[in-house]
Design a protein around this ligand. Sequence first.
Ligand SMILES: Cc1ncc(COP(=O)(O)O)c(C=O)c1O
Length: 381
Amino acid sequence: MNWRVTLADVNLGIEEETAVLDVLHSGWLTMGAVTQAFEQEFAAFVGAKHAIAVNNATAALHLACMAVGLGPEDEALIPSLTFVATANAVRYTGAKVVFADIESEDWLCICPHSIEELITEKTKAIVVMHYAGFACDMPAIMRIAKEHGLAVIEDAAHAVGASLEGRALGTWGDVGCYSFFGNKNMTTAEGGMLVTDDDLLAEKIRIMRSHGMTTLTWDRYKGHASTYDVVELGYNYRLDEIRSAIGREQLKKLPAGNARRAQLVSRYREDLARRCPQLKLPFGEGRGGVSSQHIFPILLPEGVEKEIFRELLKQDGIQTSFHYPPVHSFEIYRNPSQDFANTLWMTENVANREVTLPLYPTMSDEQQQLVIESVYKALTT
Ligand SMILES: Cc1ncc(COP(=O)(O)O)c(C=O)c1O
């Protein structure tokens, strides 16, 4: 398909190219000085004590779930309006996923009231997801977690560079997990990062990231260690130096990229509110904070068939998406013991009507105009 406007695009240049070549010429290809520098720079950027690089955010979420001690006897509360990896990470530990509803049509993040209603004596953790890079109600969620002794994991895959009350999303709970997949605000192709202020959790995560071993090949190469023990059932979730080198360059570009996203979103909001008032544009009135504007979701009016609308935009060469088919609708997550129709009413309402429009920092004003015209045409003809 030859799109005139794609849904997302990367912003890679000579800086990333040079950084990758430097790694190749260095002769050290995985988890060494470049990855350590990336971790330190990322920790400083979000204001966390520890940052631990991994090979994707799904691995980050899995390690976070393991580190807070989720296991087969436990339940974790998560939104259903998320990417399936949020739920899968919980399931890898043997814990049961319990789906909470989202707040409203205006705020597509997990609802604190829904969380409270679904807590049982088996609940051990809440996994929140900052949809589109807008903050979940973290003050309320942290209060509930404290009251019930629950761990909080933040799926901040959408939220790199976002904050609430001056505090980076991903640093409110026990562990935050970011994605650097190719369509994210910063990318390493595949990659992810965990952040935490807790020394013990950080130590556990570091060890589990690399086979449960107490020392790394890098430590032994540097002469800091000569052997190792294996103290946990670990994984190979390491990030390599090539991707870390790309990540360091992408982190430098992130503030400008997020600022351009915010500019594009302002124009979408202004033009679409004026020309297509029948559309609902979530996240208009905020709870404050700074969004990373990862995606731009719109809600179609009742009666407009989503797939027909998307097909009309496709005919104009505009790629759209859908965030997300709710996880509870997937075969492996159907659960007769939870009354989805009642507990996930808002999730289903939003999922039936949501369409995601193109958004990326290198999108031109002309490309955005094409999208706006196409949306107007699809709704009025
Ligand atoms: C909300 C959310 N969680 C988790 C993930 C998983 O990220 P990764 O592809 O880096 O494993 C994604 C990626 O699309 C995501 O959007």
